[in-house]
Each structure stands twice: as structure tokens, then as C-alpha cells.
Design a binder for this molecule. Structure first.
Ligand code: SDX
Length: 426
């Protein structure tokens, strides 16, 4: 199959790639060479594929999300987060033996060098946890130098396991710094998710008992955030890794990209927005009007998506889980009512309907995080904890496919050539 481009009386024929879910992509790799310089331009890459990938499939029109062919609904209801991490990274659901070995290898690496604490100590307590996590993830390289050059499968596996083991420690440390608590080292007798909860919440003067409702809710949330094909932060991880920079620093760059309020930072922005509406007497109509006013930079945070032009399937699951968790924990959170009211209004509002703006993964997640006792500034760190296996799987795929270094072109719009003017003549 081919596609033809005609320009200035000449025709250029380009191959068309067909994916396993019948998606077509015009492969423009040869365009510039065969046309003597023609390139394409696509701000924000809204119509441009960066790679062929076998990891995650999503259909924005139908609201479908699958990891390695398994539906997000089935995985969220039946799998453990570590199973899903294994599935994303290695391509198949693990057998019991494979899962046990994977977890055991992770546990062996779950201590972080004590010297790392000196870097953590350098941050003010007010530092945003996302900045702390991004920095500490990069700093990990200094203590694990063999993780950088991972040409062999074995070296890549070791690097992956180290990161899966140490990243949650850094995330928990960021929270304990933020909340003024002594650091915790975790407990290798616990499951992966329960260990995260223990590192985050164990009080120095009490035994920590895992609440099964909290554990199940976090397991589900981490699975729902685990991967999402070529989103902003994953594309960042891929392009940084394409220079053959190490896995840890590629992930550190992904954490930074995720921090933005248009991306993963939206989950924190949603709760701040809902709180503002609550303080403002619950006047959702005022905020809907602000969201539609082109003169007003305010956006309805947690709404809209580059790909989903239908309900984000993750938002559906999280909304249902929010009701269950708050009921199970006996928590009344008024912002849940405000969120549901806002959703109802938006789904009946022509502006939102015309632009196909639906709640996305970030709209309800913060309500659950808050019910679990997680500070608002830690919400995006929780997103990063979930997305870690997805970032790793995409980075591994990019390296194993031997992708070239990412280096987009541009159309220059600046000054044409002009002669230098000496300072005393300007
Ligand atoms: C995530 O890509 C991924 O997969 C990301 C993610 C993942 O799992 O990795 O799903 C996670 O990042 C979810 C998105 C979280 N961000 C937010 O909730 C922030 C609020 N949403 C928006 O800023 C926006 O919807 C984006 C950034 C999510 C998508 O932006 P696009 O695709 O670039 O769309 P756009 O900004 O061009 O908007 C199209 C129109 C514009 O109006 P017009 O110029 O056509 O009149 O829709 C309007 C926008 O003004 N619009 C909104 C809106 N989102 C889009 N108007 C009000 N409120 C909003 N939230």
C-alpha cells in the first residue's frame, strides 16, 4: 500500500504501514530525500506517529485501552500491579514462578545508598515532591553506574529491576520529607504495593498494618496509570533514551515532563480547582463559564484529552472506585459531589460536547488519593509510580528496536542572512 503527495507538479509515492489494529500510517522517512527537501509540520504531533509499538493500544473514539492486548478493565479487576509491570516490560503475563523471581530480584535491590540522603537533605521541606523525585532518580546513577551502558539483555534486566526497587523508596522519601517524618526503609516481607504504602505511611512509633481497602485501591490506581502509549512524558523518556542516555536519567526526564499541569500535574490541579469551587460556595456554573471564556486562561482541569474523544475508560473505573473507597473508609468528601456535578454539567454543555471534552484519568483520581491520606502535592508522584513500568517498557522497546536518535526537523521563520554590525555602529 502507498500514499501519494503531489507538490509543484511532482508526485511522491510513500509506503503505508498497517498496524495489528488496522491503523494506517504513512511512512514519510523517505520524503525529504526523494523530494529534495520537503518535510511535514505537525505542532504537538497531533497527527504524527513517532514509532511502531507493541505495548499499549488505545482507541480514543471507542474509549478502548489495552496493555499487550489485555483490556484495562480486566487487568484493573484481576491483576496485581507487579503482574502488570511484568506484562508491560516483558510482553506476557508472568507465571507464578516468573512473578516470584521478579519480585525477589526487586526486593534484593530495594535499599538505596545512605549517601543519597545527603542529596535529599539539601532540599527545603517545601520542595515539591516531583522535583525531589526527578532529581533523586537522576542522582541514583552515581551510585549505580553499571545501569547506564545496558547493551546486554542481562544488564538491561538488572537496570530495570534496580529502578523498580529504588524508585518507590525515593517517592516515599519525598513524601516523608514533605511531611517532616523520618525516612522508612520498607519491608521485604510485604507485597510491592503494600511496601509502598508502608514506606509512605508507617509512623516511627507504631506498627504499620495494611488496610486491605487502601491496598486494593492503590493497586488499581497504579495499574490504571501504568502506560498510555506515546503521551508527553513517555515520548520524553523515549527521546532522551534515543541518545543512549541511561534508563535512570531517561525516567528522570519523564518525571519532569509528567509534572506539567496539562499532563500528570492535572491530578493536583483538579483537587485545587474543586477546593476553589467549594470555597466559592460550590458555584460550578461560574467555573464552567471561565473554562469557556477564551479571554480566561482557566481550563476545567481533569477534562479533555488529546486522544480520547469519548470517555477515558480509566476515568470510568476510577469514578466507580472513588465511591467504593470513600464508602468503605467511611469518608464524606464534599468535593466528590462537586466533581460529579461539574461532570454532569460539562457533559450537557454544547462547548464541551462540540469539543468532545470528557473527564480524563486525572479528574477523579485525586479524590481517592486524598481519601487514602496522600498529600495533594504527592498526587503526581503517585501518577509517576504507576507510570514507571510503562516508561521502562517503552524505553526498552525503543532500545531493542535500535531506534535512531530522535531529532525532529523545523521550518525556519527567522531573519534571512545579514552582515554583522560592529557595536559602535549599532
Ligand atoms: C494526561 O496523552 C496522554 O495520554 C496523557 C495522559 C496519560 O495517561 O499519559 O492521559 C494523562 O495528561 C491527561 C490530561 C490531563 N490534563 C488536563 O486535564 C488539563 C486540562 N486539559 C487540557 O488542557 C487539554 O484537554 C489537554 C492538554 C489534555 C489536551 O489538549 P489538546 O489535545 O492540545 O487540545 P487543545 O488544547 O487544542 O483543545 C481543543 C479545544 C480548544 O478550544 P478551541 O480552541 O477549539 O475553541 O478544546 C478546548 C481548547 O480551549 N479545551 C478545553 C479543555 N481542554 C481543551 N477547554 C476548557 N477546559 C479544558 N480542560
Amino acid at each position: 500500500m502507498t500514499a501519494k503527495i503531489e507538490f509543484e507538479g511532482k508526485q511522491y509515492e510513500l509506503p503505508v504501514v498497517l498496524g495489528s489494529e488496522n491503523e494506517y500510517g504513512i511512512d514519510i522517512s523517505s520524503l525529504r530525500g526523494t523530494s529534495g527537501g520537503l518535510i511535514t509540520l505537525d505542532r504537538g504531533f497531533k497527527n504524527t506517529g513517532s514509532c511502531e509499538s507493541a505495548i499499549t493500544f488505545l482507541d480514543g473514539e471507542k474509549g478502548i485501552l489495552r496493555y499487550r492486548g489485555y483490556s484495562i478493565e480486566e487487568l484493573a479487576d484481576n491483576a496485581s500491579f507487579l503482574e502488570v509491570a511484568y506484562l508491560l516490560i516483558f510482553g506476557e503475563l508472568p507465571t507464578e514462578t516468573e512473578l516470584e523471581k521478579f519480585h525477589s530480584d526487586i526486593k534484593k535491590e530495594s535499599l538505596v545508598d545512605e549517601e543519597m540522603k545527603k542529596i535529599l537533605d539539601g532540599f527545603p521541606r517545601s520542595a515539591h515532591p516531583m522535583g525531589v523525585v526527578s532529581s533523586l532518580t537522576s542522582a541514583l546513577v552515581a551510585f549505580n553506574p553499571t545501569t547506564v551502558d545496558v547493551r546486554s539483555e542481562e544488564a538491561m534486566y538488572k537496570s530495570i529491576v534496580k529502578l523498580l526497587a529504588k524508585f518507590p523508596v525515593l517517592c516515599a522519601w519525598a513524601m516523608r520529607k514533605n511531611t517532616g517524618q523520618p525516612l522508612d526503609y520498607g519491608d521485604t516481607s510485604l507485597g510491592y504495593v503494600d511496601n509502598i504504602l508502608k514506606m509512605m505511611f508507617k509512623k516511627a512509633n507504631e506498627e504499620y498494618k495494611v488496610n486491605p481497602v487502601v491496598s486494593s485501591a492503590l493497586n488499581k490506581l497504579l495499574i490504571l496509570h501504568a502506560d498510555h502509549e506515546q503521551n508527553c512524558s513517555t515520548s520524553t523518556v523515549r527521546i532522551v533514551g534515543s541518545s543512549h542516555a541511561g534508563l535512570f536519567v531517561s525516567i528522570s526526564a519523564g518525571v519532569s515532563a509528567l509534572w506539567g499541569p496539562l499532563h500528570g500535574g492535572a491530578n493536583q490541579a483538579v483537587i485545587e480547582m474543586l477546593e476553589a469551587i467549594k470555597e466559592d460556595g460550590g458555584d460550578t456554573k461560574k467555573y464552567m463559564a471561565k473554562a469557556k471564556d477564551k479571554e480566561d486562561p482557566f481550563r476545567l482541569m481533569g477534562f479533555g484529552h488529546r486522544v480520547y474523544k469519548n470517555f477515558d475508560p480509566r476515568a470510568r473505573i476510577i469514578k466507580k472506585s472513588a465511591d467504593e473507597v470513600l464508602t468503605d473508609l467511611g469518608i464524606e468528601d464534599p468535593v466528590l459531589g462537586i466533581a460529579k456535578g461539574l461532570e454532569k454539567e460539562a457533559l450537557e454543555d454544547q462547548y464541551f460536547v462540540d469539543r468532545k471534552l470528557y473527564p480524563n484519568v486525572d479528574f477523579y483520581s485525586g479524590i481517592i488519593y486524598r481519601a487514602l491520606g496522600i498529600p495533594t502535592e504527592m498526587f503526581t508522584v503517585m501518577f509517576a509510580l504507576g507510570r514507571l513500568p510503562g516508561w521502562i517498557s517503552q524505553w526498552k522497546e525503543m532500545r531493542q528496536q535500535k531506534e535512531p536518535i530522535g531529532r525532529p526537523r523545523q521550518i525556519y521563520t527567522g531573519a534571512n542572512h545579514r552582515a554583522f554590525v560592529p557595536l559602535n555602529e549599532r
